[in-house]
Design a protein around this ligand. Structure first.
Ligand SMILES: [Zn+2]
Length: 361
């Protein structure tokens, strides 16, 4: 069984919108209250004290608890990467998730049925294949002033049986993470990765400057807050669109994609480089590659972070410790005399380790 998520616009009526607002509020309340009480009680216990919690979808409250528990677990496991859970604010993106039980959630005649809300107009532009497991309702913070019709959307998670057979891989590719280019491939290819954030930076700074001059909470302040989050959303959308196309091309072209499982300390070291990393969607990109490989029966191979991929000559296997220094971009192998580009050599090593891994299985 496999999971897939679909994203659709929805157009609630004024009444349904009130129910959404209530549910977002209750979910936020439960989350913040449990965070304050350090998860000592369950949503049921709060319902006895705060009667109004009963008005909304109970799954939404349970899922809020689960999210908080997950946030605590993540933070405990890896405090450097996941910061401690913090209180949720009304001003950010609002959402709640509900589960499908006894077919209570379904789509019929251009409408989506949700518990406690009823039938909502939906634009289901793709056919859903599989069983609906859960639905997340999301409200965008940016569109209040600019496009009120695109304020809400749902993300529908379905489970389906995967009937795709795994292909026997003929061509392997290795991708070496690169901070500025996203990656360098073992075929020597570099994606033409636009720096979306850098490109829009001036515009973002301009809006932010105006925003910061407004009186907090005023009508103009609210207007510029929306404009700012809209601009940020645009950058994120551009980047995501690009990564989707790029990952689709790679999965189409190669049967097996090998990447290095980057460790967090390398990433956090990279964080000191600031904006370049801010503009880099490596994590998102590798997740896209992984699930798209799965869809098409292709192979996604993550190799260990301790393989000395950038120091080993891919021709003769000589280990050149001098190349541990990131400044060394090109080097000549003292043993076999091959002239290496650091990144391409690393990508070829990643591909070769991935290939051996696949042969071993
Ligand atoms: Zn060599």
């Amino acid at each position: 069984m496999m999971n897939k998520a679909y994203k659709f616009r929805i157009y609630p009526t004024a009444e349904q919108e009130i129910m959404f607002t209530k549910t977002f509020g209750c979910v936020r309340f439960i989350y913040n209250k449990m965070l304050e009480d350090r998860l000592t009680k369950t949503p049921a216990a709060y319902k006895k004290v705060f009667e109004w919690l009963k008005e909304v979808d109970c799954f939404a409250l349970c899922n809020a608890q689960m999210n908080l528990m997950q946030a605590f677990r993540n933070h405990k496991r890896n405090p450097k990467h996941f910061r401690a859970p913090h209180f949720k604010s009304r001003r950010n993106r609002q959402s709640y998730s509900t589960n499908n039980q006894r077919n209570k959630i379904r789509i019929e005649n251009g409408k989506l049925r949700l518990p406690k809300v009823g039938w909502i107009k939906i634009v289901a532009h793709r056919k859903i294949e599989g069983i609906i497991k859960s639905v997340t309702v999301v409200k965008n913070p940016s569109n209040k002033y600019y496009n009120p019709s695109n304020k809400y959307y749902v993300s529908i998670l379905v489970e389906y049986e995967n009937q795709v057979l795994k292909v026997v891989p003929k061509n392997f590719v290795g991708l070496d993470y690169s901070m500025h280019e996203l990656y360098v491939s073992s075929d020597g290819q570099v994606p033409n990765y636009p720096r979306f954030y850098r490109k829009s930076e001036k515009k973002l700074i301009g809006i932010h400057r105006k925003f910061s001059r407004k009186v907090r909470g005023s009508h103009n302040w609210e207007k510029f807050r929306c404009r700012l989050s809209k601009a940020h959303e645009r950058v994120a959308n551009q980047r995501r669109d690009f990564l989707h196309k790029l990952s689709a091309q790679l999965v189409e072209r190669y049967d097996a994609i090998c990447i290095e499982d980057l460790n967090m300390s390398a990433m956090s070291r990279a964080l000191s480089f600031g904006k370049s990393v801010h503009d880099n969607g490596w994590g998102t990109f590798t997740r896209m590659l992984e699930y798209k490989c799965k869809w098409h029966g292709k192979h996604f191979i993550k190799i260990g972070k301790f393989e000395p991929t950038s120091q080993t000559c891919h021709v003769c296997g000589y280990k050149n410790l001098a190349t541990r220094d990131l400044k060394v971009r090109k080097w000549c192998c003292p043993q076999c005399g091959t002239y290496h580009d650091r990144d391409i050599n690393a990508a070829i090593n990643i591909r070769n380790v991935g290939y051996r891994r696949w042969c071993g299985n």
